[in-house]
Ligand binder design. Sequence first.
Ligand code: PNS
Length: 172
Amino acid sequence: MSDFAVAIPLMRRAIYPGSFDPVTNGHLDIIERARKLFDEVIVAVAHNDEKQPLLPLKERLDLLRETAGKIDNVRIAQFKGLLVEFARAEKAGAVIRGLRAVSDFEFEFQMALMNRKLDAGVETIFLMPKEEYTYLSSRIVKEIARLGGDVSGFVPAAVAHTLSKKFARSHS
Ligand code: PNS
């Protein structure tokens, strides 16, 4: 190494993108795993015009801030447009996605390869959640909450509270 070379360690930064409508214990499990592998994990909520989320973007961000915002080396953010462009702007070399079951694979595979085509510098890394979360999804949690079921075992307390308020009217 030359005398002038300064040993600045490269920051290993990853993006964990998603709709997080709402954040579940499965998402939090993936965040915990990812943050052990990277110096910084940016949990990034997508503005997705094609999806009709139950919770507005601000509420999804607030719930993430409340449940994951204080975890060391985790940052909560939002992004518009292409994920690879956001990753580039944040100087992140990896995208984290949770893989629960074979049924996730086809869509995730397509997305990972497309993102690689769009930017070869962004690598997708799949992490598997704890087995007990493999059947868990935001969609199913919303359905249970909408039908008056108890979701407290699947989501953080703040999310369960938000969902029960959201659906309270339909059960009164
Ligand atoms: O939680 P989700 O809904 O499965 O997350 C999907 C998400 C937000 C990761 C995906 O829709 C996305 O990356 N959207 C940003 C737009 C984009 O880059 N599209 C091309 C990906 S192939």
